[in-house]
Design a protein around this ligand. Structure first.
Ligand code: ATP
Length: 299
């Protein structure tokens, strides 16, 4: 698989604040690549550097194998780093005409194609103010799609949206990937990332702490989920079963983390039973990205 963006040892400081610390990773073509991290971990700074809005202190980045950026190269990359200013009394079509004229990306003829791609073609003559939040964000992604860029860079594309709006953007991202776009997005909505991203990099105070396919990031350990009628006794006893215990009060289950290939379900069952705990749930499961993220970031 070819690499769309390769980041090598990027470092960036704002005065004494180190926002990125020797960050390196590769974004494969055709992936939905999530850049994850708690607030202030450097996600926006990273996107700013690779989009040439900010200058790194050290390191390099390569789009399609070429160092830095150029006007020619920028045509292959659409970005949505800030919400664009759309005019509320103008239609979706007219707003995109203005964006197209200002940015010079694509031609007026592309506007209908973009509106179809973001599923707003039927509402193209409705005013922007009549759009739902999800539709407004889809129009913003449409603006980034002018000129049919191969890659889309999105900073927190579901920020501020309700669950319906989030689902709309999630579906759109999946559709755009199916149409051949590579999508790089910063997000802190881990559940959403888990649903749409194929790959991810996890940042913590400027350091990369894990990167690879989402499967790889989640499957670095064996996770055993257990449940019992006496949940508080189970949560207490679980500390004797594994060094890493994640207690889910809401689901009334406990997750035990073991090194890959070392969890033995029959031994866990016997040990619990011998100590007066009868398990009603005992299953090996894939770790949720969220759990992995909290563990990696000690959050
Ligand atoms: P969030 O999720 O809150 O948007 P983030 O992961 O995108 O955060 P950045 O905005 O890149 O993180 O910030 C990384 C660090 O750099 C933070 O400590 C932040 O306070 C600092 N920082 C960002 N921009 C500036 C700036 N212009 N001047 C000084 N410090 C900054």
């Amino acid at each position: 698989m070819s690499i769309v963006l390769s980041i090598k040892n990027l470092s960036k400081s704002y005065g004494y604040v180190r926002a990125l610390n020797y960050v390196s990773f590769d974004v494969p073509q055709g992936s939905v690549f999530g850049i994850l991290g708690p607030n202030g971990s450097g996600k926006t700074t990273l996107l700013g550097v690779v989009m040439d809005v900010l200058r790194a202190n050290k390191g390099n980045f390569y789009w399609f194998g070429q160092p830095g950026t150029s006007p020619e190269l920028r045509k292959k990359i659409g970005s949505l780093l800030e919400t664009p200013n759309f005019y509320s009394y103008l239609s979706g079509t007219d707003n995109l005409k203005i964006t197209q004229a200002i940015s010079g990306r694509g031609t007026k003829k592309d506007i209908d194609d973009v509106l179809k791609k973001v599923n707003l073609y039927d509402r193209r003559w409705s005013t922007f103010k009549s759009f739902s939040l999800g539709m407004k964000q889809r129009l913003a992604i449409g603006a980034a799609l002018l000129g049919d860029p191969k890659v889309l860079v999105l900073d927190e594309p579901t920020n501020g949206l309700d669950p319906v709006g989030i689902a709309e953007i999630r579906n759109l991202i999946v559709e755009l990937r199916e149409k051949g776009h590579t999508i790089i997005m910063a997000s802190h909505l881990l559940d959403e990332v888990e649903k749409v991203c194929t790959h991810a990099a996890i940042l913590k105070t400027g350091d990369i702490i894990s990167t690879g396919s989402v499967e790889e990031i989640m499957m670095e350990e064996d996770i055993v989920e257990i449940g019992a009628a006496d949940f508080s006794a189970l949560a207490e006893f679980a500390k004797r079963l594994s060094k890493t215990v994640l207690v889910d009060e809401k689901a009334r289950t406990v997750q035990l983390v073991f090194a890959k290939g070392t969890a033995k379900l029959d031994e866990i069952n016997r040990f619990c039973f011998d100590n007066g705990i009868v398990l009603s749930l005992l299953t090996m499961r894939k770790k949720k990205l969220e759990a992995r993220f909290f563990e990696l970031t000690n959050n």
